[in-house]
Design a protein around this ligand. Structure first.
Ligand code: NAD
Length: 396
């Protein structure tokens, strides 16, 4: 099949297997260039391992630390007539590269919120891995089924208190427009916390600890975005921000419960980047395009893999981790620097449909967006036949 991108709104509904392999290889090459992470983990569970920050976490563990990794994700396999999801092809490429270097890797495709997948993961860990010394929690999902009640909760991306109005870039219509988002009600706030808060992270750690599969001094990390005034109305102080606040509660609770193995739970705040999850958040495409422009100009731009390699090297396995007063690991310092935020704030009201390509790095944003699905690599022949039904080795 010859595969060309099919974009619908803020998502791309197909993916290119060869291009996804290029996307994964680029990240593996980066990690290898940086060299091994000193005292890195050896047995890693990555929950949400197929795209974005979770994929980068898995690549850093495997190729920067030589760790065994068990990856969990929710992805679709391709058929002869329909492509699979990017995360499926990313995993195929990751597995092939790991096998080529003799690095153990296995994965499970299913609902990580369910107890069933938790038990399956524990089974693989017990039989094939040995005790886990790092658990990365990197799920981004619009819904969660509560494993105890079977009730389905949906998250929302809405402000809290007041409605929020801003000019933003409509990525489908390619025009600047004013958007207004009404505030969430109490139920929407509670439901978002139920989906994206710390409850499931805590449940994972309870179950892993109950099964006795956590190593002494194990660490676990869950990812957040804190941001500043520009993004607070729709992120930090909005429904998703409330859910992320709950991670701080969960981190303290998990650390407390893991005292018998001297385990530690951290929330790590990362930079805003183009991923499948962030492109769904109103105003984020414009904010990120402006931020890329400013940070590329000053030479401080980083992608997922740079952020995560830095997280391992400068935080999780560093003697003096970059940490804030609340004990959160911080990799977002360069993005949140006052002069970067001020420059973005100055440019934002000046952006029009006509000048967006000059004032912002929307071109860079869009090309990174396409790359998430394996499109836009110069060295990939997009006219050639590719196999959409590519299998993934290493499924547990
Ligand atoms: P992403 O959409 O690229 O990745 C989400 C991962 O979760 C995928 O591997 C997907 O398969 C998996 N997943 C989703 N639902 C699942 C389910 N029910 N069962 C199993 N797997 C499931 O997202 P991302 O942007 O990398 O986000 C990961 C984390 O990082 C999130 O907590 C997000 O809030 C945080 N974060 C993102 C940004 C950003 O700008 N993208 C910034 C800071 C923090």
């Amino acid at each position: 099949m010859v595969i060309k991108p099919k974009i619908r709104g803020f998502i791309c509904t197909n993916a290119h297997p060869v291009g996804c392999a290029a996307h994964v290889q680029e990240q593996i090459d980066y990690v290898k260039q940086q060299g091994p992470v000193a005292n890195g983990p050896k047995n890693v569970l990555v929950i949400g391992s197929s795209t974005g920050y979770g994929l980068a976490s898995r690549i850093t563990a495997a190729f920067g630390c030589g760790a065994k990794t068990l990856g969990l994700f929710f992805e679709k396999e391709g058929t002869e007539r329909r492509t699979g999801t990017a995360g499926w092809y990313n995993t195929a490429a990751f597995q092939a590269a790991a096998e080529a270097e003799g690095i153990w890797a296995k994965h499970l495709n299913g609902d990580a919120f369910s107890d069933e997948l938790k038990d399956k993961a524990i089974d693989v860990i017990e039989k094939e891995m040995g005790k886990i010394d790092l658990v990365v929690y990197s799920l981004a999902s619009p819904r969660r089924t509560d494993p105890e009640t079977g009730e389905v909760y949906n998250s929302t991306l809405k402000p809290i208190g007041d409605s929020y109005t801003a000019t933003t870039w409509n990525t489908s219509k390619k025009v600047m427009e004013t958007v207004s988002v009404e505030p969430a009600n109490d139920e929407e706030i509670a439901n978002t916390v139920k989906v994206m808060g710390g409850e499931d992270w805590e449940r994972w750690l309870d179950r892993l600890q109950g099964a006795g599969v956590l190593a002494q001094n194990c660490q676990t990390v869950s990812y957040t975005y804190i941001g500043k005034e520009l993004t607070w109305p729709i992120y930090g102080k909005a429904t998703i921000g409330k859910a992320k606040e709950d991670l701080d509660r969960a981190a303290a609770a998990i650390t407390d419960k893991l005292s018998n193995v001297n385990g530690k739970a951290y929330v790590a705040s990362l930079k805003a980047l183009v991923t499948q999850a962030s492109s769904a958040i109103p105003i984020m495409p414009l904010y990120i395009s402006l931020m890329y422009q400013v940070m590329k100009e000053e030479g401080t731009h980083e992608g997922c893999i740079e952020q995560i390699y830095g997280l391992y090297n400068q935080c999780l396995y560093a003697d003096n981790p970059i940490m804030d007063e609340q004990g959160r690991l911080r990799m977002d310092g360069k993005e949140l620097a006052d002069h970067v935020q001020a420059k973005i704030a100055e440019l934002w009201p000046q952006v029009t449909t006509e000048n967006i390509y000059e004032l912002t790095d929307y071109a860079g944003y869009h090309s990174e967006f396409l790359r998430l699905f394996g499109f836009g690599y110069d060295h990939v022949d997009y006219e050639a036949e590719a196999d959409p039904a590519l299998g993934v080795n290493g499924m547990a």
